[in-house]
Design a protein around this ligand. Sequence first.
Ligand code: HEM
Length: 473
Amino acid sequence: MHLRVARPIGEEPLKWIKGHPDADLIRLRGFLDSEALCMLGPQAIAEVLVTKNYDFIKPPKAAGFLARVLGNGLVVVEGDVHKFQRKHIQPSFNFRHIKELYPIFWRKSIDVVERIKADLFDEVSKTPPGVSELSFWAPKVTLDLIGIAGIGRDFHTVIHNEDELAQTYEKIMEPKFEIFLLFSLTVLGARWAMKILPTNVDRWLTLQTDKLRHLCRQFVVDKKRLMKISGEESADLLSKLIQSNNFSDDELVDQVLTFLAAGHETTSSTFEWATYLLARHPEIQSRLRKEIREHLPPGISPDSEDIDLGEILESMPILNGVCSETFRLYPTVAQTLRVAARDTSIMGYPVPKDTLIAVPIYAVNRSPKLWGPDSEAFDPSRWIDRDTGKSNNSGGAVGNYSFMTFLHGPRSCIGQGFARAELRALVAAFVGAFEMDLEDENYRPLRMGVVTTKPSKGMPLKLKVVGDWSKAH
Ligand code: HEM
């Protein structure tokens, strides 16, 4: 089988999974007859990600490029450095800390709902009356959320865009063809070619990332000083890392950059996909709205001592089913890659050092063998136990390696709990407040992007405000 770049990412492996349902592992012939492997089944996936995890690393050139932006944070480091960082960062993401973040998630979710409402019929709005472009609002609210809940800084990008740190970060992350070219040439080992091309993007990136690091460093130093003076305990992840005393200022900066990059676009595009699925399934949307309004009556305050917002949101079966189904059908990291760090084996087959290995997250999440004949249908009820009516964790799939969105093993997404909590709050606030339809009912977005994917032409939604429910919160 030949390895070729197919867009959108993941469609090709899904064909292989359907065509070879019993294959765990497929050998691919790549560029200049090089060989690569694609993991299709649970046993191969378990070996690469869990039991032999440290035999496989991220492709070094791609990780090197990411490190230019993220520094040596958790996403890019390997081996003992990774083990050390993971061990000391994990406690900040434990479920008790995530619970503390729910009021923050809720307040911002309500804020963005109110902003969208105000913009809906505003004469200066760029969208037609009654229509909102969610791909404009979603990255703003998730940047604000990772700002407050991740590092304890409210960027206020939902209201305006005046924070220098957020502005610099957004500039770097803006999709630009030249950056994609630089990334591709770096991965192919031909970064030198940038020198003969009529672009100074390489130098521009260095200047911007230097500036971003400088701003983050200043922020970390100020925050540490303030924490010392006030002695106050904050709920954000960075405060927990500072309190743990395991990281130098520079290492804290690496993690700040990592949290911003890993926790921003991933959740924003998942939020967009959730609204797409709900717009296409109005009956599920109505049932979800009913559940939200029953569990979150107007007037409850996220700060009240008497309510546990986390417990409420986590106990809502339709909400959780909708979120899990969105994560499953539209994993924003659609595929990831590994390289054998040494001569090793998978399922007894020898795998020479440097072999490239694809982990097709999107395809496995839609495998009919693992999820049944309706594997590609949006069905939140598969996450609800028929007898008890409560949420289940498996979605009814076969085995432990069917849901791949956050990967598995020591390099699985450390932010999974954070992302789930954030999506619950965003979807509940949005669906509680609006009835939604696609602006163009025939719109079928493609998944666009390389590292993370998002809807190809944004998410224009026709919105109808349903009562004054959100204002009351
Ligand atoms: C929809 C939301 C998200 C998705 C789909 C997602 C997915 C993933 C995936 C697939 C990986 C593994 C990548 C690889 O090893 O190739 C990963 C790693 C990671 N994610 Fe997430 N992520 C999400 C949200 C977040 C959030 C909110 C944060 C932080 C607040 C975060 C922080 C990280 C970090 C630090 C790693 C590296 C973990 C390690 O290597 O030990 N992610 N994520």
